[in-house]
Design a protein around this ligand. Sequence first.
Ligand SMILES: *Cc1c(COP(=O)(O)O)cnc(C)c1O
Length: 377
Amino acid sequence: MASNEHPMKVKLLDLVPQYESIRDEIGAAIDEVLSTQQFILGKKVEALEEEIARYCGVKHAVGVASGTDAILLTLMALGVKEGDEVVTTPYTFFSTVSCITRLGARPVLADIDPRTYNVDPDRVSKLVTRKTRAILVVHLFGQIAEMDAISEAAGRSGIPVVEDACQSIGARYKGKRAGSLGAAGCLSFFPSKNLGGFGDGGMIVTDNPSLADAARILRVHGGREKYYHDVVGINSRLDALQAAVLLVKLKRLDGWHEGRRKNAAYYDRELSKAAGVTIPYVEPHNESVYNQYVIRVKERDALRERLRERGVGCDVYYPVPLHLQKCFAFLGGKPGDFPESERAARETLALPVYPELGAAEKEYVVTSVRDFLERRA
Ligand SMILES: *Cc1c(COP(=O)(O)O)cnc(C)c1O
């Protein structure tokens, strides 16, 4: 039945065609590392740090074990500690907020702008107090947040703005790349990000040499020289194997971003003809890299169900805003605190947008969404 009626299957993300297109080069790069048997940090990691710094338009880059650790180590390097406050958003991936609480600091949440899903700068500026140690802004789904207004709110008190750019490597805001707009940017190389490795990985990018230096020490247990520890750090290093893979992929990254943008433009065009769906809004001064293509519909759960029946991969980012997570109950959050984040959690759905999507697949996604909306109209 359903499978005969709907023979097409479209995955939300399929990494296989990308791998096939670079298989030989990846194989050679991995073999090069294997023949040296040097797996921790080293030349490949240094080369990647240099190239990512150049790509993002900053002076320094520090390879770490994950995007989560990039955030944690940046906050540690900035001296965030117990009793401090860090202003951020409740509508993001878990680790944005968990890195704050892991240091004993308090996340102070500001609701989002419902058009972009990024934090609302007016709300941020109202929450800055004498206890605010940093503002941790998230560039969600591939679009940079309103950095000028946020930097202005921070600048009055000299508070560092940290960019969680885990979903937005390469995105531009008024011509400048993600990670070059604040005190530091945090990148993730998790496989589903626009620049994904073959496992976990992350990087901190910054123009500030002392911040970079602090992060470099903190990622190797807090010592400059082996077995001599100045501060208590952690073990969070980027593997040489990941760096080798990422160096091969980085050369193609802008082309892949372009592929995502073309797919997004196609969806924008086709879906704006349908009633009952809100397409992503990108500020005119922004260039999104569409880590996710996220639409908004009132009957989201029913649409998700229908798409799944038809073999169209889709998912919800994120079903529960962080102030309503069980583990953060101690912060006292309750339903109604952040209405826009809660509404976004109920109404948004991500569609397949990866660069290698075929024309027939995209058309099938659009037909499936429109078919659902017309039946409901
Ligand atoms: C993926 C992601 C992270 C965490 O990155 P990991 O590499 O998975 O640890 C943090 N913040 C945001 C917004 C992310 O999308």
